[in-house]
Design a protein around this ligand. Structure first.
Ligand code: SF4
Ligand code: SF4
Ligand code: SF4
Length: 251
């Protein structure tokens, strides 16, 4: 029997699900190996009977936590889909501010906090609320990585993420290093898997896939010293997707 998969969204732009919806012909191939029983972006069919839950978005409200726990209870496997779900992502940028003040400045009415739809807390990654079995990072996710993931899991294999930095993929593509142009790139500390898409198009990596599990700290420190990188600049850039997560030093 094919695994039944369902997609769920929380606080995010739904761009990760859109990546999957945009797979077009390839999505037909995926349907041969999994049954998609719930995917609001492409179908109004919904079943609460699923084996694998893909969860997109960060968790921002008590009502979201309850919904997520319910999803966890029903799923054999829960996968965090995209940086918002894996890391908290860009939603965590607001964690440095007071929630009530944010509500007032956005909606002009602090009293809205008594409404459960506006009752927000600090943004959380999915694994700050429930156990996560697998992570597919990226803002948005990489379609090919998603495809490889589904093929592995549906054939009973453990899906693997790369455990090396974006620089490896960048060097394989023989890109000139952006540090040599005086630009700050987070490729040395960021988990690969996107095929170095940003530096390959002339934009520095901004760390959307999160930090490497075991960064080669001495080597990376040497790179940052060689290019005279200010730690606060590094941290500012890092905070865009990884607010609250420690880099490896001075903390
Ligand atoms: S990770 Fe990026 S693309 Fe995916 S939902 Fe969050 S903001 Fe959107
Ligand atoms: S441009 Fe960025 S990702 Fe590419 S080699 Fe340089 S530091 Fe690494
Ligand atoms: S290069 Fe960096 S910012 Fe760009 S997609 Fe890859 S991990 Fe994300």
């Amino acid at each position: 029997m094919k695994p039944r998969v369902a997609f769920f969204d929380f606080a995010g732009c739904e761009g990760c699900q859109l990546q999957i919806a945009n797979m077009e012909d390839e999505i037909l191939k995926l349907i041969e190996i999994v049954d998609i029983v719930s995917f609001r972006e492409i179908s109004d069919v919904h079943s609460g009977d699923y084996d694998i839950a893909f969860v997109e978005g960060s968790i921002s409200r008590p009502m979201d936590e309850e919904r997520l726990k319910d999803i966890r209870e029903h799923a054999d496997i829960l996968v965090a889909l995209g940086s918002c779900a894996c890391l908290g992502g860009i939603n965590k940028m607001r964690n440095r501010f007071d929630e009530n003040e944010l509500i007032e400045s956005v909606y002009g009415d602090k009293k809205l906090v008594s409404n459960p739809f506006f009752n927000v807390h600090k943004a959380k990654s999915v694994d700050e609320v429930v156990k996560v079995d697998y992570y597919i990072p990226g803002c948005p996710i990489d379609r090919n990585e998603f495809k490889r993931f589904v093929i592995s899991i549906s054939s009973g294999k453990k899906p693997e993420l790369p455990n090396y930095p974006v620089c490896v993929e960048c060097k394989k593509k023989e890109n000139p290093c952006l540090f040599d142009e005086g630009r700050l790139c987070l490729g040395p500390i960021t988990l690969a898997g996107c095929n170095a898409i940003c530096p390959s198009r002339g934009s520095p990596c901004i760390g959307c896939r999160g930090i490497l599990e075991k960064p080669a700290t001495e080597c990376i420190e040497e790179i940052f010293q060689r290019y005279n990188i200010d730690y606060d600049d590094l941290k500012d850039k890092w905070n865009m997707f990884n607010f609250g997560d420690k880099i490896w030093r001075k903390e």
